[in-house]
Write a protein of this length. Structure first.
Length: 223
């Protein structure tokens, strides 16, 4: 009996952790949400969501801001804290930052530029294997988003009414390195342009390194 009770407690604990992880992933991808919106999304009560949110708040993983509504009490819009970013994939940020610093210190700016160029060529070669060059733009963008998601960027595509697309990256697994080396982000933008083709215009409209919640690329065909 004791063993069954222990297993039940462990199962309940695992369920709680999974639920809280899903809530955090929703906030990461969708931005600030209130408990009611999250409850509708997950098919549970708002009270159950609030219990998870307050538990996450105790660990300094989420905070809320009150938003006044036309009727009723202000709503609490919950969002992730910077401490929560550590729970999402970060591909050895400190190591890469130190490596970039060592390369720049040893070989100068030219050496770092050569490294970034070599990395970009590798990315282009790898991406070209997965992104069909002659496919319609939507298929090319979808394939690129799938690749970026597989690398930890939580990427998605949002078609716009004017026929353009937004490529949205809700997480940056190399944020520490990108912050330390601006050329890294510039290099990735060049990679996107090379992969999607000369008939495509790409503009970065939101940038995590600049303080935004996500990176957003506006993509359109050149007429």
């Amino acid at each position: 009996m004791a063993r069954l009770q222990k297993a039940a407690r462990e199962g309940a604990h695992d369920d709680e952790l999974r639920s809280r992880r899903r809530i955090m992933e929703a906030l990461k991808i969708q931005g600030p949400q209130d408990a009611s919106a999250l409850a509708a999304q997950f098919g549970v009560s708002a009270m159950a969501i609030r219990q998870h949110l307050y538990a996450l708040a105790e660990r300094n993983l989420v905070v809320y801001q009150e938003e006044h509504r036309p009727m009723g009490r202000p709503a609490k819009l919950w969002k992730l804290t910077t401490a929560a970013d550590k729970l999402f994939e970060d591909r050895h940020g400190d190591l890469i930052v130190n490596l970039f610093g060592a390369i720049k210190g040893t070989f100068g700016d030219d050496g770092l530029e050569k490294l970034l160029s070599h990395r970009a060529r590798q990315q282009i070669a790898n991406y070209k294997l997965e992104v069909p060059a002659k496919a319609p733009l939507r298929k090319r963008v979808d394939a690129l988003a799938a690749l970026r998601s597989s690398e930890g960027y939580l990427a998605e595509v949002q078609p716009q009414k004017d026929g353009t697309f937004l490529l949205i990256e809700n997480h940056c697994p190399i944020c520490a390195a990108a912050t330390a080396c601006v050329g890294l982000c510039n290099s990735e933008l060049l990679v996107f342009r090379e992969i999607l083709g000369p008939d495509v215009k790409i503009d970065r409209t939101e940038h995590i390194v600049a303080g935004a919640r996500r990176c957003v690329y506006a993509i359109s065909e050149i007429q």
